[in-house]
Write a new protein. Sequence first.
Length: 467
Amino acid sequence: MSSTSTLPVRDSKKQNGVETSGLVKSAKELRKDFLFHEKYRNLNHGSFGTYPKTVRDTLRAMQDAVEARPDHFIRYTYPKLLIESRAAIAGVLNAPVDTVVYVPNATTGINTVLRNLTYEKGDKILYFSSIYGACGKTVTYITETTPAEAVQVDFTYPVEDDWLVEEMKRKVEAEKRQGNRVRIAIFDTVVSMPGVRMPFEKLTAACKELGVLSCVDAAHAIGHVELDLQKLDPDFLVSNCHKWLYVPRGCAVFYVPVRNQHLLRSSLPTSHGFIPTPKPGVAYINPFAPSSSSPWVYNFSFIGTIDNSPYLCIPTALKYRESIGGEKAIIAYNSALALSAAKHAAKVLGTEILENSTGTLTKCCMANVRLPLDVDAIVKVTASKGLTNSPAEVQSLVRDWMVERMVEEYDTFIAMMVYGGAWWVRFSGQVYLDMEDFEWAGTVLKELCGRVEKGEFVLEPETKSRL
Protein backbone atom coordinates (compact mmCIF):
# COMPACT_ATOMS: atom_id res chain seq x y z
CA MET A 1 0.00 0.00 0.00
CA SER A 2 1.14 3.56 -0.56
CA SER A 3 -0.18 7.04 -0.05
CA THR A 4 -2.69 8.22 -2.64
CA SER A 5 -2.97 11.57 -4.33
CA THR A 6 -6.59 11.94 -3.15
CA LEU A 7 -5.57 12.29 0.49
CA PRO A 8 -5.48 15.83 1.95
CA VAL A 9 -1.75 16.32 2.47
CA ARG A 10 -0.64 18.89 5.05
CA ASP A 11 0.62 22.14 3.56
CA SER A 12 3.69 22.22 5.80
CA LYS A 13 6.48 20.05 4.39
CA LYS A 14 8.37 19.99 7.65
CA GLN A 15 7.40 19.45 11.28
CA ASN A 16 10.05 20.74 13.66
CA GLY A 17 12.65 20.11 10.98
CA VAL A 18 11.42 16.64 9.94
CA GLU A 19 9.92 16.01 6.51
CA THR A 20 6.17 15.27 6.75
CA SER A 21 5.11 15.26 3.11
CA GLY A 22 2.33 12.68 2.74
CA LEU A 23 1.06 12.71 6.33
CA VAL A 24 -2.36 14.31 6.76
CA LYS A 25 -2.00 15.38 10.41
CA SER A 26 0.70 16.59 12.77
CA ALA A 27 2.20 14.29 15.39
CA LYS A 28 0.26 16.03 18.16
CA GLU A 29 -2.98 15.55 16.24
CA LEU A 30 -2.20 11.90 15.50
CA ARG A 31 -1.35 11.24 19.14
CA LYS A 32 -5.05 11.77 19.93
CA ASP A 33 -5.87 8.75 17.76
CA PHE A 34 -3.96 6.48 20.14
CA LEU A 35 -4.62 5.27 23.67
CA PHE A 36 -1.74 6.79 25.63
CA HIS A 37 -2.09 8.32 29.05
CA GLU A 38 -2.00 12.09 28.63
CA LYS A 39 1.32 12.36 30.50
CA TYR A 40 3.12 9.38 28.94
CA ARG A 41 5.65 9.72 26.11
CA ASN A 42 5.96 6.46 24.20
CA LEU A 43 9.55 6.64 22.94
CA ASN A 44 9.97 2.86 22.61
CA HIS A 45 7.45 1.90 19.96
CA GLY A 46 9.84 -0.73 18.59
CA SER A 47 9.55 -3.16 21.48
CA PHE A 48 5.82 -3.75 21.81
CA GLY A 49 4.12 -1.39 19.37
CA THR A 50 0.66 0.05 19.96
CA TYR A 51 -2.50 0.70 17.99
CA PRO A 52 -5.07 3.47 17.47
CA LYS A 53 -8.55 3.62 18.95
CA THR A 54 -10.19 2.56 15.71
CA VAL A 55 -8.24 -0.72 15.78
CA ARG A 56 -9.13 -1.12 19.46
CA ASP A 57 -12.77 -0.90 18.49
CA THR A 58 -12.38 -3.70 15.94
CA LEU A 59 -10.51 -5.83 18.44
CA ARG A 60 -13.27 -5.51 21.02
CA ALA A 61 -15.98 -6.05 18.43
CA MET A 62 -14.37 -9.36 17.45
CA GLN A 63 -13.99 -10.38 21.07
CA ASP A 64 -17.64 -9.53 21.72
CA ALA A 65 -18.74 -11.47 18.65
CA VAL A 66 -16.97 -14.64 19.71
CA GLU A 67 -18.53 -14.44 23.17
CA ALA A 68 -21.99 -13.88 21.74
CA ARG A 69 -21.91 -17.21 19.85
CA PRO A 70 -18.61 -19.01 20.64
CA ASP A 71 -18.96 -22.13 18.47
CA HIS A 72 -20.63 -20.32 15.60
CA PHE A 73 -17.91 -17.68 15.49
CA ILE A 74 -14.87 -19.93 16.01
CA ARG A 75 -15.98 -22.72 13.67
CA TYR A 76 -17.65 -20.78 10.86
CA THR A 77 -17.27 -16.97 11.06
CA TYR A 78 -13.61 -16.79 12.07
CA PRO A 79 -12.29 -18.86 9.12
CA LYS A 80 -14.00 -16.54 6.64
CA LEU A 81 -12.70 -13.39 8.33
CA LEU A 82 -9.23 -14.93 8.51
CA ILE A 83 -9.18 -15.42 4.75
CA GLU A 84 -10.08 -11.75 4.25
CA SER A 85 -7.34 -10.69 6.65
CA ARG A 86 -4.72 -12.87 4.96
CA ALA A 87 -5.70 -11.43 1.59
CA ALA A 88 -5.22 -7.91 2.96
CA ILE A 89 -1.76 -8.61 4.37
CA ALA A 90 -0.71 -10.47 1.21
CA GLY A 91 -1.41 -7.31 -0.76
CA VAL A 92 0.93 -5.26 1.42
CA LEU A 93 3.70 -7.84 1.09
CA ASN A 94 3.13 -8.53 -2.62
CA ALA A 95 2.86 -12.23 -1.83
CA PRO A 96 0.43 -14.93 -2.98
CA VAL A 97 -2.36 -15.41 -0.45
CA ASP A 98 -1.62 -19.12 -0.08
CA THR A 99 1.89 -18.31 1.20
CA VAL A 100 0.90 -16.25 4.25
CA VAL A 101 -0.60 -17.34 7.57
CA TYR A 102 -0.57 -15.91 11.09
CA VAL A 103 1.31 -16.88 14.23
CA PRO A 104 1.40 -15.01 17.57
CA ASN A 105 4.90 -13.54 17.17
CA ALA A 106 8.15 -13.73 15.23
CA THR A 107 9.80 -16.03 17.77
CA THR A 108 7.03 -18.58 17.19
CA GLY A 109 7.67 -18.41 13.45
CA ILE A 110 11.42 -18.96 13.85
CA ASN A 111 10.73 -21.87 16.20
CA THR A 112 8.28 -23.36 13.72
CA VAL A 113 10.93 -23.38 11.02
CA LEU A 114 13.82 -24.70 13.09
CA ARG A 115 11.79 -27.38 14.88
CA ASN A 116 10.28 -28.74 11.65
CA LEU A 117 13.49 -29.19 9.69
CA THR A 118 15.24 -32.54 9.92
CA TYR A 119 18.98 -32.49 10.52
CA GLU A 120 21.83 -34.85 9.79
CA LYS A 121 25.36 -35.00 11.12
CA GLY A 122 27.35 -32.20 9.53
CA ASP A 123 24.36 -29.88 9.18
CA LYS A 124 24.96 -26.35 10.46
CA ILE A 125 22.63 -23.51 11.45
CA LEU A 126 24.28 -20.19 10.66
CA TYR A 127 23.33 -17.10 12.63
CA PHE A 128 24.75 -13.65 13.36
CA SER A 129 25.91 -12.40 16.75
CA SER A 130 23.18 -9.74 16.50
CA ILE A 131 20.45 -12.43 16.66
CA TYR A 132 17.46 -11.77 18.92
CA GLY A 133 18.07 -13.45 22.26
CA ALA A 134 15.09 -15.83 22.20
CA CYS A 135 15.95 -16.96 18.67
CA GLY A 136 19.56 -17.50 19.71
CA LYS A 137 18.36 -19.76 22.51
CA THR A 138 16.18 -21.62 20.01
CA VAL A 139 19.29 -22.38 17.96
CA THR A 140 20.98 -23.61 21.13
CA TYR A 141 18.02 -25.88 21.91
CA ILE A 142 18.08 -27.38 18.42
CA THR A 143 21.80 -28.08 18.67
CA GLU A 144 21.23 -29.78 22.04
CA THR A 145 18.46 -32.04 20.75
CA THR A 146 19.43 -32.80 17.13
CA PRO A 147 22.65 -33.55 15.20
CA ALA A 148 22.75 -29.94 13.97
CA GLU A 149 25.51 -27.61 15.09
CA ALA A 150 25.67 -23.82 15.11
CA VAL A 151 28.08 -21.51 13.34
CA GLN A 152 28.15 -17.82 14.22
CA VAL A 153 29.11 -14.77 12.22
CA ASP A 154 30.68 -12.74 15.00
CA PHE A 155 31.00 -8.96 14.74
CA THR A 156 30.27 -5.69 16.49
CA TYR A 157 28.51 -2.80 14.81
CA PRO A 158 29.28 -0.60 13.00
CA VAL A 159 30.30 -2.77 10.04
CA GLU A 160 29.66 -2.34 6.35
CA ASP A 161 26.91 -4.28 4.58
CA ASP A 162 29.26 -5.77 2.00
CA TRP A 163 31.61 -7.03 4.72
CA LEU A 164 28.71 -8.74 6.48
CA VAL A 165 27.60 -10.51 3.31
CA GLU A 166 31.12 -11.60 2.44
CA GLU A 167 31.74 -12.84 5.97
CA MET A 168 28.64 -15.02 5.75
CA LYS A 169 29.82 -16.42 2.44
CA ARG A 170 33.25 -17.10 3.93
CA LYS A 171 31.72 -19.01 6.84
CA VAL A 172 29.58 -21.14 4.52
CA GLU A 173 32.50 -21.96 2.24
CA ALA A 174 34.71 -22.79 5.22
CA GLU A 175 32.10 -25.29 6.45
CA LYS A 176 31.92 -26.85 2.98
CA ARG A 177 35.68 -27.39 2.95
CA GLN A 178 35.33 -29.27 6.23
CA GLY A 179 32.67 -31.53 4.77
CA ASN A 180 29.76 -29.80 6.51
CA ARG A 181 26.61 -28.23 5.12
CA VAL A 182 25.09 -24.95 6.26
CA ARG A 183 21.46 -25.98 6.09
CA ILE A 184 19.86 -22.68 7.03
CA ALA A 185 20.90 -19.10 7.82
CA ILE A 186 18.94 -16.85 10.19
CA PHE A 187 19.21 -13.07 9.94
CA ASP A 188 17.17 -9.96 10.67
CA THR A 189 15.70 -7.25 8.51
CA VAL A 190 16.25 -4.74 11.32
CA VAL A 191 18.17 -5.87 14.40
CA SER A 192 16.40 -5.38 17.72
CA MET A 193 19.30 -4.21 19.90
CA PRO A 194 21.00 -2.17 18.60
CA GLY A 195 18.24 -1.03 16.25
CA VAL A 196 20.02 -1.09 12.89
CA ARG A 197 19.10 -2.30 9.43
CA MET A 198 20.79 -5.42 8.11
CA PRO A 199 21.43 -5.95 4.38
CA PHE A 200 18.72 -8.62 4.34
CA GLU A 201 18.16 -8.30 0.60
CA LYS A 202 21.82 -9.08 -0.15
CA LEU A 203 21.94 -11.81 2.48
CA THR A 204 18.86 -13.49 0.99
CA ALA A 205 20.40 -13.37 -2.48
CA ALA A 206 23.68 -14.78 -1.13
CA CYS A 207 21.82 -17.69 0.44
CA LYS A 208 20.38 -18.57 -2.97
CA GLU A 209 23.85 -18.53 -4.49
CA LEU A 210 25.21 -20.73 -1.72
CA GLY A 211 22.34 -23.25 -1.64
CA VAL A 212 21.42 -22.26 1.93
CA LEU A 213 17.85 -21.85 3.18
CA SER A 214 17.18 -18.23 4.20
CA CYS A 215 15.17 -17.68 7.38
CA VAL A 216 14.42 -13.97 7.76
CA ASP A 217 13.56 -12.76 11.25
CA ALA A 218 11.58 -9.75 10.08
CA ALA A 219 10.17 -8.91 13.50
CA HIS A 220 10.90 -5.26 12.67
CA ALA A 221 9.79 -5.16 9.05
CA ILE A 222 6.17 -4.84 8.01
CA GLY A 223 5.15 -1.23 8.56
CA HIS A 224 8.82 -0.38 9.18
CA VAL A 225 10.72 -1.05 5.96
CA GLU A 226 9.39 -1.72 2.48
CA LEU A 227 8.91 -5.43 1.76
CA ASP A 228 8.27 -7.00 -1.64
CA LEU A 229 8.31 -10.75 -1.07
CA GLN A 230 7.96 -11.63 -4.73
CA LYS A 231 11.18 -9.72 -5.33
CA LEU A 232 12.97 -10.74 -2.12
CA ASP A 233 11.86 -14.39 -2.38
CA PRO A 234 13.16 -15.69 0.97
CA ASP A 235 12.69 -19.31 1.98
CA PHE A 236 11.01 -18.34 5.24
CA LEU A 237 10.06 -14.96 6.71
CA VAL A 238 8.08 -13.92 9.76
CA SER A 239 7.17 -10.34 10.67
CA ASN A 240 5.41 -8.94 13.73
CA CYS A 241 2.35 -6.92 12.80
CA HIS A 242 1.95 -5.69 16.38
CA LYS A 243 5.25 -3.79 16.35
CA TRP A 244 4.96 -1.29 13.50
CA LEU A 245 1.67 -1.99 11.68
CA TYR A 246 -0.68 -0.80 14.48
CA VAL A 247 -2.12 -4.27 15.14
CA PRO A 248 -2.87 -5.58 18.67
CA ARG A 249 -0.46 -8.01 20.31
CA GLY A 250 0.27 -10.71 19.40
CA CYS A 251 0.09 -11.05 15.64
CA ALA A 252 2.79 -11.94 13.14
CA VAL A 253 2.54 -12.79 9.46
CA PHE A 254 4.40 -15.98 8.53
CA TYR A 255 5.46 -16.32 4.89
CA VAL A 256 6.52 -19.61 3.34
CA PRO A 257 6.60 -20.02 -0.45
CA VAL A 258 4.79 -23.06 -1.80
CA ARG A 259 8.11 -24.73 -2.68
CA ASN A 260 9.02 -24.97 1.01
CA GLN A 261 5.66 -25.64 2.64
CA HIS A 262 6.25 -29.40 2.64
CA LEU A 263 9.21 -28.82 4.97
CA LEU A 264 6.96 -27.46 7.73
CA ARG A 265 4.60 -30.33 8.47
CA SER A 266 3.48 -29.09 11.87
CA SER A 267 2.35 -25.83 13.38
CA LEU A 268 3.61 -24.93 16.85
CA PRO A 269 1.99 -26.49 18.79
CA THR A 270 0.84 -29.35 16.61
CA SER A 271 -2.90 -29.01 16.15
CA HIS A 272 -5.88 -30.43 14.27
CA GLY A 273 -4.59 -29.45 10.83
CA PHE A 274 -1.53 -31.72 11.07
CA ILE A 275 -1.59 -34.53 8.50
CA PRO A 276 0.17 -37.63 9.91
CA THR A 277 1.96 -40.15 7.74
CA PRO A 278 -0.74 -42.61 6.59
CA LYS A 279 -0.92 -45.92 8.46
CA PRO A 280 -3.06 -48.89 7.44
CA GLY A 281 -6.31 -49.05 9.35
CA VAL A 282 -5.79 -45.71 11.13
CA ALA A 283 -8.13 -42.80 10.45
CA TYR A 284 -7.45 -39.25 11.64
CA ILE A 285 -10.39 -36.95 12.32
CA ASN A 286 -10.35 -33.14 12.17
CA PRO A 287 -13.25 -31.85 14.30
CA PHE A 288 -13.48 -28.56 12.42
CA ALA A 289 -15.39 -27.77 9.25
CA PRO A 290 -13.77 -28.63 5.92
CA SER A 291 -11.84 -25.84 4.23
CA SER A 292 -11.09 -24.85 0.66
CA SER A 293 -7.66 -23.64 1.77
CA SER A 294 -4.52 -25.62 1.03
CA PRO A 295 -3.51 -28.23 3.63
CA TRP A 296 -0.60 -26.00 4.72
CA VAL A 297 -2.78 -22.94 5.21
CA TYR A 298 -5.44 -25.05 6.96
CA ASN A 299 -2.74 -26.39 9.27
CA PHE A 300 -2.13 -22.87 10.62
CA SER A 301 -5.76 -21.72 10.69
CA PHE A 302 -6.53 -23.05 14.17
CA ILE A 303 -3.65 -23.69 16.59
CA GLY A 304 -5.28 -24.38 19.91
CA THR A 305 -7.63 -22.05 21.75
CA ILE A 306 -6.17 -18.55 21.97
CA ASP A 307 -7.57 -15.10 21.34
CA ASN A 308 -7.16 -14.78 17.56
CA SER A 309 -8.90 -11.40 17.44
CA PRO A 310 -5.66 -9.52 16.64
CA TYR A 311 -5.40 -11.46 13.35
CA LEU A 312 -8.74 -10.04 12.30
CA CYS A 313 -7.69 -6.42 12.96
CA ILE A 314 -5.34 -6.29 9.96
CA PRO A 315 -7.87 -4.73 7.52
CA THR A 316 -8.78 -1.98 10.00
CA ALA A 317 -5.12 -1.23 10.75
CA LEU A 318 -4.32 -0.96 7.05
CA LYS A 319 -7.33 1.29 6.47
CA TYR A 320 -6.19 3.60 9.27
CA ARG A 321 -2.64 3.74 7.90
CA GLU A 322 -3.98 4.65 4.48
CA SER A 323 -6.16 7.36 6.03
CA ILE A 324 -3.17 9.16 7.59
CA GLY A 325 -0.99 9.05 4.49
CA GLY A 326 -0.19 5.46 3.57
CA GLU A 327 2.76 3.12 3.96
CA LYS A 328 5.41 5.13 2.15
CA ALA A 329 4.61 8.36 3.97
CA ILE A 330 4.53 6.69 7.38
CA ILE A 331 7.83 4.89 6.88
CA ALA A 332 9.49 8.01 5.45
CA TYR A 333 8.43 10.15 8.41
CA ASN A 334 9.35 7.57 11.06
CA SER A 335 12.81 6.93 9.63
CA ALA A 336 13.57 10.63 9.18
CA LEU A 337 12.40 11.38 12.72
CA ALA A 338 14.48 8.59 14.27
CA LEU A 339 17.64 9.80 12.55
CA SER A 340 17.02 13.48 13.33
CA ALA A 341 16.27 12.61 16.95
CA ALA A 342 19.45 10.58 17.29
CA LYS A 343 21.60 13.31 15.76
CA HIS A 344 20.09 15.88 18.10
CA ALA A 345 20.60 13.70 21.18
CA ALA A 346 24.18 12.93 20.18
CA LYS A 347 24.87 16.66 19.92
CA VAL A 348 23.30 17.32 23.32
CA LEU A 349 25.25 14.47 24.92
CA GLY A 350 28.47 15.15 23.04
CA THR A 351 28.64 11.62 21.64
CA GLU A 352 27.74 9.84 18.40
CA ILE A 353 25.12 7.79 16.63
CA LEU A 354 25.75 4.18 15.60
CA GLU A 355 26.38 4.30 11.86
CA ASN A 356 28.74 2.89 9.24
CA SER A 357 30.57 4.83 6.53
CA THR A 358 27.92 4.09 3.89
CA GLY A 359 25.01 5.22 6.08
CA THR A 360 22.97 2.02 5.76
CA LEU A 361 22.48 1.16 9.43
CA THR A 362 20.01 4.01 10.00
CA LYS A 363 17.85 3.32 6.93
CA CYS A 364 15.03 2.25 9.21
CA CYS A 365 12.75 3.71 11.86
CA MET A 366 15.21 3.31 14.74
CA ALA A 367 18.56 4.88 15.59
CA ASN A 368 21.06 4.49 18.42
CA VAL A 369 22.97 7.06 20.47
CA ARG A 370 25.96 6.40 22.73
CA LEU A 371 25.72 7.77 26.25
CA PRO A 372 28.60 9.93 27.60
CA LEU A 373 29.52 7.55 30.40
CA ASP A 374 32.97 6.04 30.87
CA VAL A 375 32.92 2.50 32.26
CA ASP A 376 36.20 2.82 34.17
CA ALA A 377 35.08 6.08 35.76
CA ILE A 378 31.74 4.61 36.82
CA VAL A 379 33.47 1.53 38.27
CA LYS A 380 35.54 3.90 40.43
CA VAL A 381 32.30 5.52 41.60
CA THR A 382 31.01 2.15 42.82
CA ALA A 383 34.35 1.46 44.50
CA SER A 384 34.14 4.80 46.34
CA LYS A 385 30.83 3.59 47.74
CA GLY A 386 32.49 0.48 49.17
CA LEU A 387 31.38 -1.95 46.46
CA THR A 388 33.58 -4.22 44.33
CA ASN A 389 31.43 -4.84 41.26
CA SER A 390 33.00 -5.99 38.00
CA PRO A 391 32.72 -3.69 34.94
CA ALA A 392 30.03 -5.97 33.48
CA GLU A 393 28.02 -5.82 36.70
CA VAL A 394 28.35 -2.04 36.82
CA GLN A 395 27.13 -1.75 33.24
CA SER A 396 24.03 -3.77 34.09
CA LEU A 397 23.43 -1.82 37.30
CA VAL A 398 23.55 1.50 35.47
CA ARG A 399 21.30 0.31 32.63
CA ASP A 400 18.69 -1.10 35.00
CA TRP A 401 18.75 1.98 37.24
CA MET A 402 18.37 4.39 34.33
CA VAL A 403 15.44 2.62 32.68
CA GLU A 404 13.66 2.30 36.02
CA ARG A 405 14.13 6.01 36.65
CA MET A 406 12.66 6.75 33.21
CA VAL A 407 9.53 4.82 34.11
CA GLU A 408 9.15 5.93 37.71
CA GLU A 409 10.22 9.58 37.51
CA TYR A 410 9.90 10.71 33.89
CA ASP A 411 6.88 8.68 32.73
CA THR A 412 8.60 7.35 29.61
CA PHE A 413 10.79 4.49 28.44
CA ILE A 414 13.80 4.55 26.14
CA ALA A 415 15.31 1.21 25.18
CA MET A 416 18.84 1.01 26.58
CA MET A 417 21.62 -1.51 26.07
CA VAL A 418 25.24 -2.25 26.81
CA TYR A 419 26.94 -2.78 23.47
CA GLY A 420 30.55 -2.77 22.37
CA GLY A 421 31.71 -1.76 25.84
CA ALA A 422 29.47 1.31 26.07
CA TRP A 423 25.95 2.30 27.03
CA TRP A 424 23.58 3.09 24.16
CA VAL A 425 19.95 4.14 23.82
CA ARG A 426 17.64 3.27 20.94
CA PHE A 427 15.12 5.77 19.63
CA SER A 428 11.98 4.72 17.72
CA GLY A 429 10.43 7.15 15.27
CA GLN A 430 6.63 7.14 15.08
CA VAL A 431 3.90 9.34 13.66
CA TYR A 432 2.59 10.41 17.07
CA LEU A 433 6.04 11.79 18.02
CA ASP A 434 7.95 14.84 16.83
CA MET A 435 11.29 16.49 17.51
CA GLU A 436 9.95 18.22 20.60
CA ASP A 437 9.56 14.80 22.23
CA PHE A 438 13.15 13.87 21.46
CA GLU A 439 14.54 17.23 22.50
CA TRP A 440 12.94 16.50 25.86
CA ALA A 441 14.43 12.98 25.76
CA GLY A 442 17.91 14.38 25.18
CA THR A 443 17.55 16.59 28.24
CA VAL A 444 16.34 13.64 30.34
CA LEU A 445 19.24 11.44 29.25
CA LYS A 446 21.79 14.14 30.00
CA GLU A 447 20.30 14.64 33.45
CA LEU A 448 20.26 10.90 34.18
CA CYS A 449 23.87 10.51 33.04
CA GLY A 450 24.85 13.28 35.45
CA ARG A 451 23.08 11.46 38.26
CA VAL A 452 24.92 8.24 37.36
CA GLU A 453 28.28 10.02 37.48
CA LYS A 454 27.42 11.18 41.00
CA GLY A 455 26.75 7.58 42.02
CA GLU A 456 22.99 7.78 42.55
CA PHE A 457 22.57 4.31 41.07
CA VAL A 458 24.58 2.76 43.91
CA LEU A 459 22.86 1.69 47.10
CA GLU A 460 25.02 2.02 50.18
CA PRO A 461 25.96 -1.42 51.61
CA GLU A 462 24.06 -0.80 54.86
CA THR A 463 21.00 0.25 52.85
CA LYS A 464 21.18 -2.89 50.72
CA SER A 465 21.35 -5.08 53.82
CA ARG A 466 18.03 -3.69 55.03
CA LEU A 467 16.18 -4.41 51.79
